[in-house]
Design a protein around this ligand. Structure first.
Ligand SMILES: [Ca+2]
Ligand SMILES: [Ca+2]
Length: 440
């Protein structure tokens, strides 16, 4: 257990710097595709990695009305049963009572028809209160269904505050919309063009086989939370990329959406015409076209391939499900800590170099709380790099690697990913990224 304490010391050190946990509110159309329940289970076993400030039951094109939080309450009961085990394995799991206190109803009706005077909901009030909190971190608000609870919060602030007050409120928000599932997203993007708005459409294709061995044996068989992880009906966990984008695993800075991570990779230039699921236009033909043009951040052309390039997210979930069923620390695997050039945080690092330089990259000091052996893999991540050529990495599976900065890379940047993984069961990963800015 001595090495476990050192991991905690590292986490404490991180927290002394910038507070590392992302602040997050999830809005969910629970009761439509059962995959929201699946994603909520993954969110719960990962809850120590986030500051979850709200869980909001909302509507969307696949569930146009909601009346209560019963389904969410059932999932919270399952979390409460697993909580005593989970907290043995990592610090920072929120208490079930805390999660219950931030679990509320959002809009009960569909789309912009349920936004406006007299339409405030506990969910829209919670979003406003959260954004108003004196906290320098941005507030990520995720739409696993429609976006109208978020729209109501913005509508209310516009009605009741000065332009400056509205601007301040909007500047705190980071909106992440899965697929577009009502007309509220287009309304937000049209009326508040400065708001940070991602609409993710590349959310399928990274998942393990539908209702396959992994799902049955590594997830559903595992205790109270496994029991509430339903079979896949249409797709598996289509909403998980929302919080996976901000999962602090060292891979990306979620504010820099072009970097790419477990939630996908996004074009840092907003585009017009990113449409919702076709159901939205079936409900109302000009539901979104009437707001044309509206601009949002969308996936880069790799789509879900930007997620699929990483191993690790399946095993991460599986290990956390293991945590949920054992009160013995030694009976489950825990993540390694990846150190990059002496830096023990999980921040993306930057350095400058010149053409012809030999840059040394070093993962010495990386540790595993279980005493597992760690493996290393260094790779050039082409897509987010402004340098387009090839980069050869010497000793790319060693603890120390080196790169010769290519001749034609002047003024460009080169993203290098460090993947560390242990030999525990299942293998767990920790990532780091070095962005090398090449002098002009
Ligand atoms: Ca959903
Ligand atoms: Ca381990």
């Amino acid at each position: 257990m001595a090495s476990c304490i050192s991991t905690q010391a590292v986490q404490a050190q991180e927290l002394k710097g910038i507070s590392y946990k992302p602040r997050i509110i999830n809005t969910t159309d629970l009761g439509a595709d059962p995959d929201d329940k699946q994603s909520m289970v993954r969110q719960f076993v990962s809850a120590n990695a986030f500051d979850i400030e709200g869980l909001i039951v909302a509507t969307g094109c696949w569930r146009k009305t909601q009346s209560n939080t019963k389904m969410l309450d059932t999932l919270l009961d399952a979390y409460a049963a697993a909580y005593p085990n989970l907290k043995v394995h990592a610090k920072g799991y929120p208490s079930p009572d805390y999660l219950r206190s931030i679990s509320v109803m959002g809009q009960t009706g569909y789309g912009m028809g349920d936004v406006g005077t007299g339409k405030d909901s506990p969910g829209s009030d919670l979003i406003i209160a959260s954004a108003d909190r004196d906290d320098p971190r941005p507030l990520w608000v995720m739409g696993w269904g429609g976006m109208n609870t978020i729209a109501q919060a913005i509508w209310k602030v516009r009605e009741t505050r000065s332009d400056e007050g509205l601007k301040k409120f909007l500047s705190k928000l980071r909106l992440f919309d899965i697929l577009g599932q009502d007309d509220a997203g287009a309304w937000i993007a049209k009326n508040f063009p400065d708001v940070f708005y991602i609409r993710a459409t590349g959310v399928y294709g990274w998942q393990p086989p539908k209702n396959g061995d992994y799902q049955r044996n590594d997830i559903q068989s595992h205790g109270s939370l496994g029991a509430v992880y339903p079979d896949t009906q249409w797709a598996t966990e289509g909403d998980s990329p929302a919080f996976m984008h901000v999962y602090p695993n060292g891979l990306n800075n979620p504010e820099q959406i072009g970097q790419g991570g477990w939630g996908g990779r996004f074009d840092p230039i907003k585009k017009a015409g990113i449409r919702s699921m076709s159901e939205v236009a079936k409900i109302e033909k000009d539901a979104e076209t009437k707001y044309d043009p509206y601009y949002m951040y969308g996936n880069t052309e790799e789509g879900a391939e930007a997620i699929k390039r990483y191993k690790g997210y399946d095993n991460d979930f599986a290990a956390r499900m293991d945590w949920s069923i054992t009160s013995k620390y030694d009976d489950a695997n825990h993540h390694p800590v990846a150190v990059l050039n002496g830096d023990r945080t999980r921040k993306v690092l930057h350095m400058t170099a010149s053409v012809g330089d030999k840059v040394e990259l070093n993962a010495e000091g990386s540790t595993d709380p279980d005493g597992n052996t760690i493996s290393y893999k260094w790779s050039f991540y082409d897509e987010p790099s402004s340098y387009d050529g090839s980069v050869s990495i010497l000793n790319d599976t060693s603890i120390k690697a080196s790169i010769e900065i290519p001749e034609n890379s002047k003024g460009k940047n080169i993203h290098i990913i460090l993947e560390t993984y242990d030999n525990g069961s299942p293998n767990l990963y920790a990532y780091r990224r070095m962005i090398i800015n090449v002098n002009p």
